[in-house]
Design a protein around this ligand. Structure first.
Ligand code: SF4
Length: 685
């Protein structure tokens, strides 16, 4: 059989995959040499995709309670329960919690149903946990959620700063691309991260800053650029609005003060400052270390300020670059899958609500943003949201303070879970479980970190009674009375509608700022090759704001949290060969070899002080919970800090549970939880 061109199931790098099906459920996996994101390369997770496509643990039939049901009965029940709840308590009494694992077409239909027909903004996504601070920061600075960089910028940069990103493990193909650029053009690499991760190994400089001091670092760097005369005054005048208090807010940020605040050697900081000032082609790539913070949006804006003030935006090799974690977090952003956006990147301004409503022929439009993930589960716990539909995600593991999330799920009057997996920590609470199609069985599009749109294609038949998510949502919508608006027969129908909405011109205004969008409409769905919305973003120096200018945003380093009962700082993150809650990667024996159990990483001197033994067991405690981990004493940890992985669930282990430890504190603008710095204590067991 000839190979099927598809896209990797995992991270936001969005690598092209050639999948050649064999006997039964076997498939041979290779990198697609013609895909622009990876040019044939795959990381360990992508390489072993073929080991993860078996039917072990799959949900293959609709289930009502513990009983198998037919689709008609299950869909009728879901539609009836949602309709009754809405009729009795109003549209805001129901919610969807969806996922960056959904394809864009699935996302589009779910968003349209909630925001255009149910009439509530209560659809949020696990992407809230991943990059919503970048979204909020982009909107504040650039006027719209447009990532101002592409992977080509990494090839063209002379200096790359990775901040809060273990790129070597979490985005391995991007890391390989950076290493290739370094070999080819001598690009310098700086890693800013409290931990000495694998990404630091070949870096030219590692700034092991104190957690939570990123704003001080960026403001200090910007003040240095101003003192050194490397601000781009022409660009500032033409393309950037500067608040009146902006420069005075940086006045005290000299090198020594910044080094002290960030707790790093002044000589290292001086090197970073000098390299940045001298290198117009600089890309600052950031990820969860920036986004997953209660100051995430301000941190994004501190980075963006630096690039705008030095005119390093919209030019080859010069941009701030937020790299997404999930395979289709960006597709969700495109269609409005976040509670805080409407559709096609628009907000809930009355004229936008009217335009989208007209386009959809909507029955009842949401007129305001819905609840963001953490607040949404709080509302369920309070009984304000009574019916919830969770699609392709496992909030009982991934949200902070999972004890309260589980309590909320247990109180939910009607919980629907659509998933490929039969038993998850979340589906344990479900009244109805709906079997969804998995990677290799479903068709649609995904958008990667640089906004490249690629196809995922099916190469296996649907197993059992599994169905694509877009079909399941459309069937429920039709049963709720909206037959014509959800009468889709193929994901291509949905794609074309999404492309039309994104290119929709109304009252002389295009709804989406990037040029080149209309090409999407002329593409043939089945033979679609990867393409990007528009070219180099913001190359003409104009921005989708009312003045046409970008904005510097005044951001100040907040005081660091005082610690008492919990003297250490807990950081969380990923292992190289696992993905989220391991429902897929956990099936691969080869991937399990890299790290076979969750470990708490501790600096040896902290370990000695706490009487920990390398390889022994320790209890990590925070204000919200505790969990057991095996101990790794490693010099790569900063003193005073702990690191644990996010992947383990009740299905795999009783200990090693990061979600039991993190607090439900969120960024006030983006609503993204601060997973990276929880006060914690550790003791031997
Ligand atoms: Fe898949 Fe990401 Fe690895 Fe590429 S880098 S193969 S998209 S997991």
């Amino acid at each position: 059989m000839s190979p099927v061109r598809t896209t990797c199931a995992y991270c936001g790098v969005g690598c092209g995959v050639l999948a050649t099906p064999g006997e039964g459920r076997s498939v041979t996996i290779a990198g697609d040499p013609d895909h622009p994101a990876n040019a044939g390369r795959l990381c360990s997770k992508g390489t072993h995709l073929g080991e993860t496509v078996g039917l072990e643990g799959r949900l293959l039939h609709p289930m009502i309670g513990q009983r198998q049901a037919n689709w008609n009965k299950a869909l009728d029940l879901v539609a009836r329960k949602f309709a009754r709840t809405i009729s009795k308590y109003g549209p805001d009494s129901v919610a969807f919690y969806v996922s960056g694992q959904l394809l864009t077409e699935d996302y589009y239909v779910a968003n349209k149903l909630m925001k255009g027909f149910i009439g509530s903004g209560n659809i949020d996504t696990n992407s809230r946990l991943c990059m919503s601070s970048a979204v909020a920061g982009h909107i504040r600075a650039l006027g719209e959620d447009v990532v101002p960089a592409t992977y080509d910028d990494l090839d063209a940069a002379d200096l790359i700063i990775l901040i809060g990103s273990n790129t070597a493990w979490c985005h391995p193909i991007v890391y390989q691309r950076i290493q290739a650029a370094r070999e080819k053009r001598g690009t310098k690499l700086v890693v800013v991260d409290p931990r000495r991760t694998e990404t630091c190994e070949n870096a030219d400089l590692h700034i092991a800053l104190k957690p939570g001091t990123d704003i001080a670092l960026m403001n200090g760097l910007l003040a240095h650029c101003r003192r050194s005369g490397v601000l781009d005054e022409t660009y500032l005048k033409r393309s950037v609005e500067v608040p009146s208090n902006f420069w005075s807010s940086l006045d005290n940020a000299d090198l020594w003060t910044t080094a002290k605040t960030c707790d790093v050697p002044a000589s290292d900081l001086a090197t970073l400052f000098d390299w940045f000032a001298a290198t117009p082609r600089t890309v600052t790539l950031f990820s969860q270390g920036i986004n997953q913070s209660v100051r995430g949006t301000d941190q994004v804006n501190a980075i963006t300020n630096l690039h705008l003030a030095t005119g390093r935006v919209g030019k080859p090799g010069a941009a701030p670059f937020s790299i997404t974690g999930q395979p289709n977090a960006m597709g969700g952003r495109e269609v409005g899958g976040l509670a805080s956006t409407l559709a096609a990147h628009m907000d809930f301004a009355p004229e936008n609500v009217e335009r989208v409503g007209r386009f959809w022929s909507a029955e009842r439009m949401a007129t305001k943003p819905g609840l963001k993930a953490v607040d949404l589960f709080r509302a369920i716990r309070r009984g304000e949201i009574k019916a919830l539909w969770v699609m392709a995600t496992n909030p009982a593991v991934s949200l902070p303070d999972v004890a309260r999330v589980r309590d909320a799920l247990g109180r939910c009057e009607f919980l629907v879970v659509s998933d490929v997996v039969s038993e998850t920590d979340t589906s344990h609470y479900a009244h109805v479980r709906l079997p969804a199609a998995a990677w290799g069985e479903k068709d649609g599009t995904v958008t990667n970190s640089e906004r490249l749109i690629s196809r995922q294609r099916a190469f296996f038949p649907l197993p059992g009674e599994a169905k694509p998510d877009w079909w399941i949502v459309s069937q429920v919508a039709q049963r709720m009375g909206w037959h014509d608006a959800f009468n889709y027969h193929h994901p291509a129908d949905i794609w074309r509608e999404h492309a039309r909405l994104s290119t929709y011109e109304n009252d002389g205004r295009r709804l989406f700022a990037l040029p080149g969008h209309s090409g999407a409409l002329t593409r043939t769905y089945d033979s679609m090759t990867p393409f990007r919305w528009g070219g180099q973003p913001f190359a003409d120096g104009t921005f989708p704001t009312s003045t046409g200018k970008a904005r510097l945003v005044t951001v100040r380093q907040p005081p660091l949290e005082h610690k008492s009962a919990f003297p250490l700082t807990l950081n969380t993150g990923r292992y190289r060969d696992q993905w989220h809650s391991m429902t897929r990667t956990g099936l691969s024996p080869k991937l399990a070899r890299h790290r076979d159990e969750p470990r708490v990483e501790v600096h040896p001197r902290d370990g000695t002080a706490a009487r920990l033994v390398d390889g022994g067991l320790a209890k990590v405690t925070t204000a919200v919970g505790e969990s057991l981990f095996r101990v790794s004493l490693v010099e790569s940890q900063r003193r005073g800090e702990l690191f644990v992985p996010i992947h383990w669930t009740d299905q795999q282990s009783t200990g090693g549970r990061a979600g039991k430890l993190t607090r439900p504190l969120t960024d006030p603008i983006s609503g993204q939880p601060g997973f990276k710095s929880t006060p914690a204590a550790v003791s031997p067991q």
